[in-house]
Design a protein around this ligand. Structure first.
Ligand SMILES: [Zn+2]
Length: 448
C-alpha cells in the first residue's frame, strides 16, 4: 500500500476486488478493519517461556532479559524474537471502545427478542441467565481459537482468537469481528499463556466496561443531572435540541472558527493578558503595550478584509461603543436615521454583539432589546439580521412572492371580498399594490 501510494479509495477498491476472488471472510472487508489488522502500534508482543516443558506466560518485556516465573529459565528478548517465543495481542478493550465511539456499534445492536423462539445465542437460556446483559448497551462475545495451517509443507500454524459480538444484528456481524490475539508457531499454543491477556481484558470489561467519549445519550444523561450553576461534564442542562430525532447532541455540533478560535482561544488569551484579572499574566508594562499596538497596527491585511487591526486599548470598547453610538443617534434622530449608511454599517458590524445579547441567559425582553438596539427593529435591519442568521433573504423572498402572486390575490379579494375589513382596505385604493396585498392577507387571516 505504502510503496505504491495507494489512496484510501484505492485500498478499498483493492479489498473489494480481492474479496470477490477469495473465499468469504478471508480478508478484512473494510479499510478500517484492514488498517486495524496491520496497525503495528496496536499490537503488543507478549512473551512466553522458551523451555518446552514450561511455556509459562512472561508478559511484555521491556528489558533485555527476564527469568521465567515458573521455571527460572532465562528469557532473552533477542532470542525470543528470533525464535518466535511470543504471541501478539491487541487490546480488546480499546477495540470495543473504538467500535462504540467511531463505528456506531450501539446502533448496530439488535433489540432483544422476547419470544420463546430461539433464533440465536441471545435467545438461549444461558444468555438470559446473565443479568448484566439486560442493560441496553451491554454486549457479550462468542469467541474461539483454532490452528490455521499457513504453509502446505511446514508445520507452522496461526492461532487467532476470534470474537463476534452476539448482540450485533446478523447482517452486520461480519463487520464487527475482533481478533485480539494471534499466535504463530510450530507448536500449539499453551492456552494458559496465550489466553492470559485476553481473559484479563475480559475480566476488566466485565467489571468496569468501557468509557466512551461523549455520546448523545451521555450528554442527555448529564443534562438531566445538571443545572446552570452546577454543570455536569460541561453540560449545563437540558436543551430543546434533544427533542429533534435526528440531532445528535455530541456530533451534530460543528466546532467553528469564529467561536472556537476567535471568540474562544483568542478572546481568552487576550483577556488574560489585558483584562487585569489574573495579575501573573497581565501585561502591565506600557512599553510592551506600545509594542503590541505597533505590531497590530502594522498588519496590512488584503483589501477583502475591511476591518483593520486596532489598538488593544480599544479591545473591549469598540463594539460596545458602536452600540452606544446607535442608541444616542436614535435619541437625537429617532427612526429617520435608520436608513443612513453609517447606521447600516454599525448594525452590520455589531451583529455578533446583537446575537450575544439576544442569546444571553436570562433571555432579554423585547423591550430590553428595543432600548439597546432601537434600529434593529427597522424592517431592513431585522431582515438583514435574519438573513445573516439563516442565510435566507426574507425581504427578497417576500418581494418575489408578491410579484408572482400579488396580482392574483388582489383580484381574488376584489371579486370576492371576504369581510368588511377587506372591503375597507380595497376602498382605499392605494397605489402600492405590495402593501395592499400584505394588508389584505393580514385582514383575511385576522392578524394584526
Ligand atoms: Zn518457564
Amino acid at each position: 500500500m505504502l510503496r505504491h501510494h495507494v489512496t484510501k479509495a484505492g485500498c478499498q477498491d483493492l479489498l473489494d476486488l480481492l474479496q470477490m476472488l477469495l473465499p468469504e471472510n478471508s480478508l478484512p472487508s473494510t479499510n478500517y478493519l484492514f488498517n486495524r489488522a496491520f496497525d503495528k502500534t496496536s499490537w503488543q508482543l507478549h512473551h512466553y517461556c522458551l523451555n518446552p516443558d514450561c511455556g509459562a506466560y512472561i508478559g511484555i518485556l521491556d528489558v533485555e532479559s527476564a527469568l521465567c516465573p515458573m521455571c527460572d529459565t532465562e528469557c532473552k528478548v533477542s532470542e525470543h524474537l528470533g525464535k518466535g517465543y511470543y504471541f501478539m495481542y491487541s487490546s480488546l478493550r480499546d477495540e470495543i471502545k473504538n467500535l462504540f465511539e467511531n463505528h456506531n456499534l450501539k446502533d448496530k445492536l439488535a433489540l432483544n427478542n422476547n419470544s420463546d423462539c430461539i433464533q440465536d445465542v441471545c435467545d438461549g437460556a444461558l444468555y438470559k441467565r446473565i443479568t448484566m446483559l439486560k442493560g441496553c448497551s451491554n454486549i457479550s462475545l462468542t469467541w474461539n481459537t483454532d490452528g490455521v495451517p499457513v504453509f502446505n509443507s511446514s508445520s507452522y500454524s496461526m492461532w487467532p482468537v476470534q470474537c463476534i459480538i452476539n448482540e450485533v444484528t446478523l447482517s452486520e456481524q461480519k463487520n464487527f469481528v475482533l481478533v485480539p490475539a494471534l499466535w504463530f508457531g510450530q507448536t500449539k499454543p499453551k492456552m494458559e499463556s496465550f489466553l492470559k491477556p485476553f481473559i484479563e481484558d475480559c475480566r476488566l470489561l466485565e467489571s468496569e466496561g468501557v468509557v466512551c467519549l461523549r455520546t448523545h445519550e451521555g450528554m442527555i444523561q448529564d443534562a438531566e443531572l445538571a443545572s446552570v450553576n452546577s454543570p455536569v461534564n460541561g453540560v449545563k442542562g437540558p436543551s430543546l435540541l434533544t427533542t429533534l430525532q435526528c440531532f445528535d447532541m455530541a456530533d451534530s455540533f460543528v466546532p467553528d472558527y469564529l467561536h472556537s478560535v476567535l471568540l474562544g482561544v483568542v478572546r481568552q488569551v487576550t483577556g488574560l493578558w489585558f483584562d487585569n484579572k489574573v495579575s501573573e499574566v497581565n501585561v502591565k508594562s506600557p512599553s510592551v503595550m506600545q509594542e503590541i499596538d505597533k505590531r497590530l497596527k502594522s498588519v496590512r491585511p488584503p483589501s477583502e478584509i475591511t476591518r483593520l487591526p486596532r489598538s488593544v486599548k480599544e479591545r473591549q470598547k469598540w463594539k460596545g461603543m458602536k452600540r452606544q453610538k446607535m442608541e444616542e443617534m436614535h435619541l437625537h434622530e429617532v427612526i429617520s436615521g435608520a436608513e443612513r449608511g453609517d447606521v447600516c454599517k454599525l448594525i452590520e458590524g455589531t451583529y455578533w454583539l446583537q446575537r450575544h445579547m439576544i442569546n444571553a441567559p436570562p433571555s432579554p425582553t423585547i423591550a430590553d432589546i428595543k432600548t439597546k438596539w432601537p434600529y434593529l427593529f427597522i424592517q431592513r435591519h431585522i431582515y438583514g439580521h435574519f438573513e445573516q442568521l439563516t442565510d435566507k433573504k426574507v425581504h427578497r423572498c417576500l418581494e418575489l412572492s408578491i410579484q408572482e402572486c400579488g396580482q392574483i390575490i388582489n383580484e381574488f379579494f376584489k371579486s370576492k371580498p371576504t369581510d368588511d375589513d377587506i372591503r375597507s382596505i380595497l376602498s382605499r385604493a392605494e397605489n402600492d399594490v405590495d402593501a395592499m396585498v400584505i394588508q389584505l392577507l393580514l385582514a383575511h387571516f385576522k392578524e394584526k
